[in-house]
Design a protein around this ligand. Structure first.
Ligand code: ADP
Ligand code: ADP
Ligand code: MG
Length: 444
């Protein structure tokens, strides 16, 4: 087992990983930008290294500075968290070259799955249903032909897109040529890769994803599903497990398909396969996330398995101590993402000093955050400042627990989406579980 791990991230996820290290008797090294000197992850870690100025390009994405910090402090492994460098194959191979364990799958697996077009092909070969569409297409005339074949509405998707970005909806044939041209240019500037492909736009659909964990010995275990259909601009807002739409029979099928897909990808570590799920209970591969997911706590709550600890153990070469038959999903867990933004003012991001913080409590209430009283939320990073997670025996009870916890939560000093979250979970549509990825749009 590793004796020291460097955490190449910030915010609540850095705190989450440091906590796991502490419980496992592993020393932790935090890295931080000049804007994060007073951040919680820095004070919780055993050691810390400043890696550059506030902008992520100069600090949290500064690969040489992070590797150097690991070498300097003698860390044997790097945990990348989510976002930032977590799906960067170049960074993973740099770690490999420096004999530092990257806590994630091998670089070539990240590369293969991070290329959405290649991932689609891998899944097709493995017999996993994929969304009808086409491969990467460059020539506008050929693209038009493919678009007409697929039919409208459709999506132009960036091969290297992520975080809800790089996806463009095309309603009709007339819109296509212009949308195709601008999508390519936008992808080039956002991801440094202008390649795009086309996919049929499925609607209404649910976003249902399967959590996997795989070890070096080839054991693959699927920890069931999470439903993440409450999204705004393709970014998740609320996640729950199990999904109210998934029957035991469908779950069994989805688990089988996901395990098959993980094997086909040569997967190792924790990872998630995202599916779109239609009203007839057909499901289609959407993408694979080769990292720990923001919403991993809901799976931890229902399965009782600490995903971060297992991620570390598997990266250290240990085998899973449980099999698929040992996994059962107990009760229901819900997560609400708390973002520092004002939903009334077009979701304008907010930052500033936290003048008052009251964290909701009680049994089976979990609040993952890097906030503390008097902490100043800087303007440079992602707007997610906390995740509120509850667990109960039934979905009804979990919803009531979430309502109570959200009402109890006090975060003053920044604007946030707490009231919007209360409104959503109190909505009869949400309560009935009959919501789709278009929920936020329909709400107006
Ligand atoms: P999850 O699937 O775990 O919910 P998200 O799509 O919310 O992941 O992404 C996790 C985090 O990483 C978010 O903070 C998101 O903004 C960021 N992120 C992921 N991929 C990208 C990307 N290509 N560009 C910018 N941000 C990204
Ligand atoms: P990202 O890497 O940004 O997470 P995804 O491919 O996972 O991109 O898509 C993000 C979200 O966009 C999905 O959760 C879903 O809501 C929506 N989406 C993606 N592809 C389709 C599609 N073909 N039809 C309908 N919705 C889609
Ligand atoms: Mg996705």
């Amino acid at each position: 087992m590793f004796s020291k791990i460097l955490i190449a991230n910030r915010g609540e996820i850095a705190v989450r990983v440091i906590r796991a290290c502490k419980e496992m008797g592993i020393s932790s090294v935090a890295v931080y930008s000049e804007a994060d000197r007073d951040a919680l992850h820095v004070s919780l870690a055993d050691e810390s290294v400043c890696i550059g100025p506030a902008p992520v390009g100069d600090s949290y994405l500064n690969m040489p500075a992070i590797i150097e910090a690991a070498v300097l402090t003698g860390a044997q492994a790097i945990h990348p968290g989510y976002g930032l460098l977590s799906e960067n194959a170049r960074f993973a191979s740099m770690c490999e070259e420096c004999h530092i364990a990257f806590i994630g799958p091998p670089a070539d697996v990240i590369r293969k799955m991070g290329d959405k077009d290649a991932a689609r092909k891998t899944m097709q070969v493995a017999g996993v249903p994929v969304i009808p569409g086409c491969d990467v297409v460059e020539d506008p005339a050929k693209a038009q032909e493919e678009a007409d074949r697929i039919g409208y509405p459709l999506l132009v998707k960036a091969r290297s897109g992520g975080g809800g970005r790089g996806i463009r909806l095309v309603q009709s044939r007339e819109e296509f040529p212009k949308a195709f041209a601008t999508a390519g240019a936008e992808a080039q500037s956002a991801f440094g890769d202008g390649a795009v492909y086309l996919e049929k736009y499925l609607s209404p659909v649910k976003h249902i994803e399967m959590q996997l964990i795989c070890d070096h010995a080839g054991n693959v275990v699927c920890l069931g599903e999470r439903e993440c259909s409450i999204q705004r601009k393709n970014q998740k807002l609320i996640e729950e497990s199990p999904s109210p739409a998934v029957t035991p029979k469908i779950r069994k099928k989805m688990i089988e398909v996901s395990a098959k897909a993980a094997k086909a990808a040569g997967y190792r570590g924790v990872g998630t396969i995202e599916f779109l799920f239609d009203k007839d209970q057909n499901f289609y591969f959407c993408e694979m996330n080769t990292r720990l997911q923001v919403e991993h706590p809901v799976t931890e709550m229902v399965t009782g398995i600490d995903l971060v600890k297992w991620q570390i153990r598997v990266a250290a070469g240990l085998s899973l101590s449980f099999t698929q038959d040992d996994i059962s999903m107990n009760g229901c867990a819900i997560e609400c993402r708390i973002n520092a933004e004002n939903p009334e003012k077009n979701y304008r991001p907010s930052c500033g000093r936290i003048s008052l913080l009251h964290v909701p409590g009680g049994p089976w209430v979990r609040f993952d955050t890097a906030l503390y009283q008097d902490y100043t939320v800087p303007p440079f990073y992602d707007s997610m400042i906390a995740k509120l997670i509850v667990h109960a025996q039934t979905r009804e009870e979990a919803i009531r627990k979430m309502q109570a916890a959200l009402c109890e939560m006090i975060i003053e000093g920044v604007e946030h989406n707490g009231t919007l979250q209360i409104d959503i979970i109190s909505d009869p549509v949400f309560k009935a579980g009959q919501y789709y990825t278009n929920y936020m749009e329909n709400r107006g």
